[in-house]
Ligand binder design. Structure first.
Ligand code: GUN
Length: 291
């Protein structure tokens, strides 16, 4: 079994991005600029946004953090988005999800100019991705495909089963995995799938993105399968300083001994998600998606 080291691949990619930023600046250009909008004080969102800002610094990007308390109105937030859409210095921005219940996430996503939507959540980017046009691809699916590519894992003609149905991960990933660059045969399975265990056992590449800790057990995995764990549920822990730890969607102890490759949690998909956002911002700065 080979443990897929997302930290190592992400570090390589960050190095490549850093080199590109240096080139841009040496040629008289400006550093790519990413902004993040954070509403409220959700622990997970605080952590993710702090990482995004730190990652920008690490590769030489400019970053901006815009914070609101959770009582901000939808109108105020939409006005800020309009301002960011029109900020010529900004290459891209994200609004960290989830948002408080009184704000429509869909309205917010659709208010973002697709040309600055480096999260790739806007229907225009999702639609462009589906039909194979240049687009910002959402970070986790992009990161997973890149991880498979960089580990030279055979995907051509392979059976890929993705468990889950989220718009951010599962839908785009199912499309990417079936496109010509990857060539897998894709099944999207979920809580209503009949014989789910058997469907999973058919997978050469099994991707767990259901958001239920340790959902995928040893008896759901074919011997020699590649297993990608997208789960990042925070569970209480007495063993860590923070009082919580991350749990994946795969029961690692049982599955690791059956598969050929597996991503750990943490240190597998997570770092790739982070670096993919940087890559989208770089693509925007270089004008490579919307020409
Ligand atoms: N919440 C969880 N993941 C993400 C992400 O990739 N982008 C944003 N904006 N919010 C998230």
């Amino acid at each position: 079994m080979i443990l897929i080291d997302g930290n190592k691949v992400a570090a390589e990619m960050k190095q490549e991005i850093t080199e590109e930023v240096k080139k841009i600046i040496n040629n008289g250009g400006k550093a790519p600029h990413l902004a993040a909008v954070l509403v409220g004080h959700d622990g997970g969102s605080e952590t993710y946004v702090a990482y995004k800002i730190k990652d920008c610094e690490a590769v030489g990007f400019k970053s901006s953090l815009i914070r609101y308390e959770d009582y901000v109105t939808e109108k105020e937030l939409l006005a800020k988005i309009e301002e960011l859409n029109n900020d010529d210095d900004l290459d891209g921005f994200i609004v960290q999800l989830p948002l408080p219940k009184h704000i429509s996430e869909q309205k917010v996503i659709e208010a973002i100019n697709p040309k600055k939507d480096v999260d790739g959540f806007h229907p225009a980017n999702v639609g462009r991705m589906v039909i194979g046009l240049p687009s910002y691809v959402s970070a986790t699916p992009f990161g997973i495909v890149e991880l498979l590519k960089r580990y030279k894992i055979e995907t051509n003609g392979k059976n890929c089963v993705i468990v889950g149905r989220s718009n951010i991960v599962v839908r785009p990933l199912s499309v990417l995995m079936s496109q010509k660059a990857v060539n897998a045969t894709v099944t999207v399975a979920h809580s209503r799938t009949e014989n789910l265990e058997e469907v999973c056992r058919n997978a050469d590449i099994l991707i767990a993105a259901i958001g239920v800790p340790e959902f995928v057990k040893g008896n759901m995995v074919k011997k020699g399968a590649v297993v990608i764990d997208v789960g990042t549920t925070r569970v209480k822990s007495d063993l860590t300083k923070s009082g919580w730890k991350l749990k994946g969607d795969v029961l690692f102890e049982e599955v690791a001994e059956k598969c050929s490759y597996i991503t750990p949690v943490p240190g597998g998909v997570g770092p790739m998600t982070r670096v993919s956002l940087l890559l989208n911002t770089l693509l925007s700065a270089k004008g490579e998606i919307y020409k």
